[in-house]
Design a protein around this ligand. Structure first.
Ligand code: CMC
Length: 374
């Protein structure tokens, strides 16, 4: 009995192929290494939502359609202000704001999906500024998607290399088979519920440290280690305490996660020009020590580097605080959630597995309690 659905195929998809033994990720036909580093986010969004890379005029139209959806409705803006006053975490604020994106509008799957994808950067960027007591910056529709996100967070137009580094990240994480949050989204729309409900549930699923919440703790470990010589002692102590090393291990990959290589390359390129190269070198050395010690401590489990280790390094280099790592993951993954929901709505049936009952049988009800006065 597989209690956690490991190895169970629960959907057919044209969106992404995750080859856990071969260490490959294919996005709608293209290797992630090829697409992530070279394509624009808008091209990848067109590919996943419409099935192919757009022609130049389609690309321009599609980018404009996304950009037109960047403004968030007043109710969502108000919710963000109240969440900031209550000091909610950015990922919780995002989860609370998503349902308001389509308030008062007729449900329309593709339109709702485009609205979510187009407005996530605004929600996250605006919220981060409000949380820090800074005014939100006006939305600019002339910037490409990735640059728009950095503009919303920092209030200045980013350098081309920074926007490219983020775009590579967003493309890398935009879809990944039937991961937990995508599965949650597909289950929700499989009942013929709406896309915004599904995306709200997916944000909740992404938040957990075993899924999208790992990069913050992964970076903390690198900072705690501080110098390569301390790596062995710190990691050894963690493993001896039975702790998991964040940024390592994967349910599907039994070899190195191919996304780790894409992001390691992006981080190396970025840190060589625009950051503290020593941090990159430290992370590389921590990774090597972690892999060696994981092999020693868990000889029967193949634990390799996953996407989150270099996510942390790259996003930190871009100046994003750890609190925004998971929301930034959501800015990329909302594309995959949306595309999966559209696919599920078009081709899927109700997802309704069974459970195996392991509780007692044959009990007889007998109440020892006195009736409660009304
Ligand atoms: N460090 C130390 N031990 C580990 C780790 C780790 N990172 N991952 C798994 N193990 C051990 C685990 O303790 C267990 O040992 P034992 O059998 O002695 O109890 C064994 O490996 C199997 O663990 P599992 O939870 O059944 O394995 P899984 O296939 O469900 O693990 C995972 C997948 C991602 C939940 C796990 O590797 C993990 O917790 N990693 C750390 C968190 C992390 O980096 N998450 C991001 C995942 S990638 C982003 C995404 O695609 O969502």
């Amino acid at each position: 009995m597989t209690q956690d659905l490991e190895g169970v195929v629960a959907a057919e998809t044209r969106l992404s192929l995750v080859d856990g033994e071969g260490g490959k990720l294919i996005l709608a036909g293209y290797a992630v290494e090829d697409l992530a580093e070279h394509a624009s986010f808008e091209e990848v969004a067109h590919l996943l939502l419409k099935g192919r890379i757009p022609e130049p005029t389609e690309h321009r139209d599609f980018a404009q359609q996304l950009a037109r959806r960047r403004e968030v409705p007043g109710a969502a803006a108000q919710l963000l202000r109240e969440a900031a006053a209550a000091k909610a975490s950015p990922i919780d604020a995002l989860r609370m704001a998503v349902p308001l994106l389509t308030l008062g509008r007729e449900e329309n799957p593709l339109d709702d999906a485009m609205t979510a994808i187009g407005s996530f950067p605004t929600l996250v960027g605006t919220y981060w500024r409000l949380l820090r007591g800074e005014p939100a910056v006006p939305v600019r529709s002339d910037l490409p998607h990735a640059a728009h996100y950095l503009h919303q967070v920092f209030g200045v137009e980013p350098a081309v290399e920074r926007a490219r580094a983020l775009e590579t990240y967003l493309n890398t994480v935009c879809d990944h088979g039937l991961n937990a949050s995508t599965f949650a989204a597909r289950v929700i729309v499989s009942t013929r519920s709406d896309i915004i409900s599904a995306i709200t549930g997916a944000v909740g699923a992404l938040k957990g440290p075993l899924h999208g919440g790992a990069p913050g703790p992964a970076l903390n470990m690198v900072f705690e280690i501080g110098t390569p010589e301390r790596a062995e002692t710190v990691i050894e102590a963690r493993l001896a305490r039975g702790e998991r090393l964040m940024g390592f291990g994967h349910r599907v990959y039994r070899v190195r996660d191919p996304r780790a290589d894409v992001l390691a390359r992006a981080a190396e390129c970025f840190y060589s020009h625009d950051g503290d190269r020593r941090l990159y070198d430290l992370a590389r050395s921590v990774e090597q020590t972690a892999l060696r010690l994981l092999r020693r401590h868990r000889p029967r489990r193949r634990l390799e580097t996953n996407v989150e280790f270099y996510t942390a390094l790259l996003l930190h280099g871009l100046g994003l605080p750890a609190e925004l790592f998971t929301p930034t993951f959501a800015v990329g993954r909302v594309l995959g959630w949306s595309a999966h929901c559209l696919e599920q709505l078009q081709e899927g049936r109700l997802i309704r597995p069974q459970s195996s009952y392991i509780g007692p049988l044959g009990l007889r009800y007998h109440s020892a309690c006195a009736p409660v006065a009304s």
